[in-house]
Design a protein around this ligand. Sequence first.
Ligand code: NDP
Length: 247
Amino acid sequence: MKLKDKIAVVTGGTRGIGKAIVQTLAQQGAQVLFTYVNNDAKARELESSLGKENLKVSGFKVDVKDFNQVNAFKEQILDKYGAVDILVNNAGIIRDKALALMSSEEWSDVIDTNLTGVFNVTKCFAVTFMKQRQGNIINISSLSGIIGIPRQTNYSASKGGMIAFSKALAKEVAAFNVRVNVVAPGFITTDMTSVLKEDYIKHVMPQIPLARFGTAEEVASVVLFLATEQSDYITGQVIRVDGGLGM
Ligand code: NDP
């Protein structure tokens, strides 16, 4: 097992990519503490289904937008486990709309969750990692933050911001033996992409060299690589998992 006795925090673990990350890290022996914001039922279901496989997984209702909630969550974890080894910032939302029609609320919901949320969670745990002289941060951005996608100015800005944030932080904390990397998925089959209209999928599909959407597990396996010693000399990088779409 590649992550035996490691403690991992995953934000947004109840569904989609986050859920696959929780499962993958736990299967490699990590104690995984995941967060969510609404879905109590799904959180309990995940704890119970993975618990039956003797995997160590617990869910916590923590809104990443709220610094105080995140800080209290961190204190709770440190009291119980004494240390944290891996942080995966995965929680994210979309509120797609053309800029001309986008409300200030749709802008700030996305920025507050996807970018300020990453600041809130990373600030809390980075200090712990620096004190430990050891830690590993993996941020789930998006191809949208690299190439820009129309009707996603809010989302592209948040995900591009996350990449810049990660590179700056990677330089800041490398001396403390803390790594920071980014995974940038393209189109992945989850609840988030289930809202895409048939016409839009027909438009996008020919642009994906591998000619299909990816799976949450395909993103999780790259996160696993970044979470293990196999990637010990990699920091400040953005790894695309996009079927070649962004080439
Ligand atoms: P889903 O919509 O399937 O799941 C989102 C998860 O984030 C849920 O667990 C949700 O919790 C949680 N969440 C949302 N807001 C908050 C919040 N304020 N605080 C804490 N948790 C929150 O998303 P995906 O699995 O598709 O996406 C996961 C990440 O990957 C996102 O950052 C997304 O931007 C990124 N991504 C996704 C792509 C895709 O094609 N699917 C492509 C590129 C990037 P709850 O269940 O309680 O609502």
